[in-house]
Design a protein around this ligand. Structure first.
Ligand code: FPP
Ligand code: MG
Length: 343
């Protein structure tokens, strides 16, 4: 079932419906969608075609949702936004999408949002340049906001995205469990952008420092939770729902929370999983299947859910300073949604 906003309603009883959160920002999100689908123009027809392909393929639009809800929750006249907030939401989605286009090159991924990736359909060079083009569009948006603090925040995010990916590459096929390194990498590659999106609107609204800081904490914690759930969906998800290949982290030697919980056990299962990774057998169909089974049979899924829940709880707790409003409630519900998402 789809709501007016075009987002599916909840399918699990008790799970917050994403559509109810989108309904609070329906008009503003329509402007964001319009910008992404119609305003990104290029004088080359092929490039324009690719832009359409990228943005019409869907995407959950969670990051612009966070920008719009947090901006509305902290607006001087609660619920009232300016054009700058719309641009902020657009540029946050542009950076996210650009990073995925690059990520698919790095991961050699062939499917994203249920469609062939740019690197698969065309080639790596076109994908790298299309990602760059989207980053360029994001910088034009950033310039239009004309706020040097926000420019600095998003500049930091761009650096974090790159360093997060490099950290991940340096940890590939590493079976030594280091939780600090795992969380640190997740902050860089994912939570940093969530954090920027969650507090920049409050900066534009001229909020007090403590409100700005607590919204930043909200976004960082939610972003870590989001990445942990993403890592979990690589083990438990379905390709139909996620729109991408399942099990690809393991095959690429990206050792994430579900595997780490098994690896740290120091028993037969952990020794076998370590062996599959060390020997690179994990890159074969049989090896990957055995690893998935070891993780499922040895509590990797349950422990990962508990870890993600801790960050979801922390993100909700960070909202306590905000004035009560339907937007604040929706931000808290968003954390619950992220925990239960299957897409
Ligand atoms: C998805 O992770 C990827 C990211 C969250 C960030 C990727 C960032 C880059 C490639 C660097 C961007 C470059 C510049 C110039 C800023 P994932 O592989 O865990 O998720 P997935 O399962 O959706 O692919
Ligand atoms: Mg990837």
């Amino acid at each position: 079932m789809k709501s007016a906003s075009g987002h599916p309603s909840a399918t699990i009883a008790g799970t917050p419906s994403l559509s109810s959160m989108f309904d609070l920002v329906n008009d503003e999100m329509a402007l964001v969608e319009d910008w992404l689908k119609s305003n990104l123009i290029d004088d080359n027809a092929f490039v324009e075609e690719l832009l359409k392909q990228i943005f019409c393929a869907g995407g959950k639009r969670i990051r612009p949702l966070i920008v719009l809800l947090s901006s509305k929750a902290t607006a001087r006249e609660v619920g009232k936004l300016s054009r700058l907030h719309i641009i902020l939401a657009v540029l946050t989605e542009l950076i996210h999408t650009a990073s995925l286009v690059h990520d698919d090159v790095i991961d050699k991924a062939s499917m994203r949002r249920g469609q062939e990736t740019i690197n698969k359909k065309w080639n790596d060079r076109i994908a790298v340049l299309m990602g760059d083009l989207l980053f360029a569009q994001a910088s034009i948006c950033l310039a239009r906001i004309m706020n040097p603090v926000v420019v600095g925040i998003y500049g930091q995010v761009l650096g974090d995205l790159c360093s997060g990916e490099i950290k991940q590459m340096r940890q590939q096929f590493n079976t030594t469990v280091d939780w600090n390194a795992y969380i640190d990498k997740s902050v860089s590659k994912t939570a940093s952008l969530f954090g920027a999106g969650s507090h920049s609107g409050a900066i534009l609204n001229g909020c007090s420092n403590d409100v700005i800081q607590s919204l930043k904490e909200y976004g960082l914690n939610l972003g870590i939770c989001f990445q942990i759930v993403d890592d979990l969906l690589d083990i438990t998800g379905s390709t139909i729902e996620t729109g991408k290949a399942v099990g690809s982290d393991l095959r690429n030697g990206v050792v994430t929370a579900p595997a780490m919980f098994v690896l740290e056990k120091n028993n037969e299962a952990s020794a076998r999983l370590k062996n599959l990774i060390d020997s690179r057998d994990i890159q074969t169909d049989e090896g990957a299947e055995e690893a998935l089974q070891l993780i499922r049979d040895n509590g990797g899924v349950e422990s990962t859910v508990a870890l993600a829940q801790k960050y979801a709880n922390d993100s909700i707790a960070s909202l306590s300073l905000l004035k009560d409003s339907s937007y604040k409630t929706a931000l808290a519900q968003l954390a619950e949604y992220v925990m239960t998402r299957t897409t």
